[in-house]
Design a protein. Structure first.
Length: 81
């Protein structure tokens, strides 16, 4: 049944990296499970966030700020959630 295979192909695991820094773990997990995972990285510090954004753009071709990106990033401080 093709309907079940389509559903299976569109199923993703979700991964969150809190305090992601420059994103080395975030990108490593994204590459290890390419096509199977959606990742979100959260970083509070501006300098680290900019490094993270540039790293995603260089390595994945997208800066992670679009809602349809497989790896998404947010600059937020969890203490104020």
């Amino acid at each position: 049944n093709t309907g079940n295979s389509e559903l299976h192909e569109r199923s993703f695991f979700t991964h969150a990296d809190l305090g992601t820094g420059c994103g080395s773990v975030l990108m490593m997990v994204a590459w290890a499970f390419l096509g199977q995972i959606r990742s979100v990285g959260v970083e509070a510090q501006q300098v680290s966030f900019e490094c993270l954004r540039r790293g995603l753009e260089w390595n994945l071709g997208s800066d992670g700020t679009n809602s349809n990106d497989t790896v998404r990033i947010q600059q937020q401080d969890l203490r104020f959630w």
